[in-house]
Design a protein around this ligand. Structure first.
Ligand code: GLC
Length: 435
């Protein structure tokens, strides 16, 4: 894919490509991976579907959102004092990893540095990092070990934007500053590669574009060090996956992962009580899986590393549902059935999973299925479900009056081919009576 912000000449220049190679199709030059290799690297990720995002840093001490430094205009000199108060309990990440596994999540992505500039790993580029401040420990190392101990894949979020580094803003119009800052960020990215992340999750490229960041060069370096790594699109080059934020939107022909907060904040926000319900979380996960995407759901640990009680409660409930229904999510295929007022859908091969979030009672109906239904059962408990089907609808009958599962009840419906739905046909062709 081609990025309009970059001229072709500059692009070739930044790749270190000479004039002979400049004749290559642009699409080739703009990639740091082939499609085949991407499919190989991303197999586990596509199957995983559900991950935990973790935002943790000095902002957690204040507990007023991770943008507190900018949104309250806190001077750097004042803000950096927080490093003296950020002294989390050892190995807090073990609790996160346990919770993630119990919730049915298969990978984690933690902030190694957020916009505030404070690094949670050991870096030679600044002393503004956890091991060299009051904390005295490498929190990224602890996190990576904790995730792996629970069998989870490890992702690193790294903010390109930096509110602390002296070149973080002036790099926009001072070439010497840009060079220094790019060296700083590339250097840190190289450092975090030493912990061997499975996913590299850049964020906010302000104030530079891909050319300014030398993003392709940076990503080639990363791939040279970690041939299996999966890279997101936020260093302004498309790379492996798109990152819709706080919304679910399937990308056409591209991998995507929708990231979301559980209340309104990524970082710990002690008085934000705008929590999603477990039902909303499960519904979102289903919607992501239906569209062939992943769901990356955030926790914002407290400064000591403990998990907010509400996040625990929500994820525990989600985990209970995943224990019984995870097979309808993991490794599921994109699903072309989507229309209902009280149902959502996922699919594996010819099996359609019908997920009822508002239980309709004894009869549950899907309109416009273009396939023949062969059999149906309640997923939890495996009880057979009777049904009748005509051209316009399938009626699943004899169901219990109250939903047998919580917060969403799932039916497994065997079809004679890949399930598809055509409600347009229903509207056009259902017989109209006289006026
Ligand atoms: C945004 C925010 C940031 C958060 C991120 C997660 O870009 O700036 O605070 O880390 O989204 O996607």
């Amino acid at each position: 894919m081609w990025n309009n912000a970059i001229s072709r000449r500059r692009y070739m220049h930044m790749l270190g490509v000479g004039t002979a190679a400049a004749a290559l199709p642009l699409g080739v030059a703009a990639q740091t991976s082939t499609d085949e290799d991407r499919a190989r690297r991303m197999k586990w990720w596509h199957e995983a579907k559900f991950g935990m995002f973790i935002h943790w840093g000095l902002y957690s001490v204040l507990g007023r959102h991770e943008w507190v430094m900018e949104n309250e205009g806190i001077p750097v000199s004042e803000y950096q004092e927080l490093a003296k108060r950020f002294t989390p309990k050892p190995n807090a990440a073990r609790d996160w990893a346990k919770l993630a596994r119990r919730a049915g999540m298969k990978y984690m992505v933690m902030t190694t540095k957020h916009h505030e500039g404070f690094c949670l790993f050991d870096t030679k580029y600044t002393s503004y990092c956890a091991p060299k401040q009051a904390c005295g420990r490498d929190l990224v190392k602890e996190y990576a070990e904790a995730a792996r101990a629970e069998g989870l894949r490890v992702g690193f979020y790294h903010s390109l934007m930096d509110w602390h580094h002296p070149d973080g803003a002036r790099c926009a119009d001072d070439e010497a500053a840009r060079k220094r800052f790019v060296e700083y960020i590339h250097g840190q990215v190289r450092e975090i590669c030493a912990y061997k992340p499975d996913v590299l999750w850049y964020d906010v490229a302000w104030p530079l574009d891909a050319e300014g960041w030398e993003s392709l060069k940076m990503n080639r370096m990363v791939r040279g060090l970690l041939p299996d790594v999966i890279i997101n699109n936020r260093a302004k080059v498309p790379e492996d996956f798109d990152t819709p934020e706080q919304r679910i939107e399937a990308s056409k022909g591209r991998a995507w992962e929708s990231c979301m907060t559980m209340n309104g904040s990524w970082g710990y926000h002690k008085n934000d009580d705008d929590w999603k319900t477990p039902k909303t979380v499960v519904r979102n996960l289903i919607t992501c899986a239906r569209g062939g995407g992943n769901y990356l759901l955030n926790i914002g640990p407290k400064p000591d590393g403990s998990i907010p009680e509400e996040s625990m409660r929500i994820l525990t409930a989600v985990g209970k549902w995943m224990d019984k229904n995870g097979s309808t999510i993991y490794g599921s295929d994109p699903c072309r059935v989507g229309r209902s007022n009280y149902l959502n859908f996922t699919r594996k091969g010819n099996t359609l999973y019908v997920h009822a979030h508002f239980w309709p009672g004894e009869t549950l109906v899907v309109a416009g299925l273009t396939n023949k239904v062969l059999s149906a059962k309640l997923l939890a408990g495996g009880k057979k479900v009777e049904f009748t089907q005509d051209r316009f609808r399938v009626r699943f009958t004899g169901l219990p009056a109250a939903p047998p599962d919580d917060p969403v009840t799932t039916l497994a419906v065997e079809c004679d081919s890949e399930p598809a739905q055509n409600t347009d046909m229903v509207r056009r062709e259902k017989k109209r009576e006289a006026v």
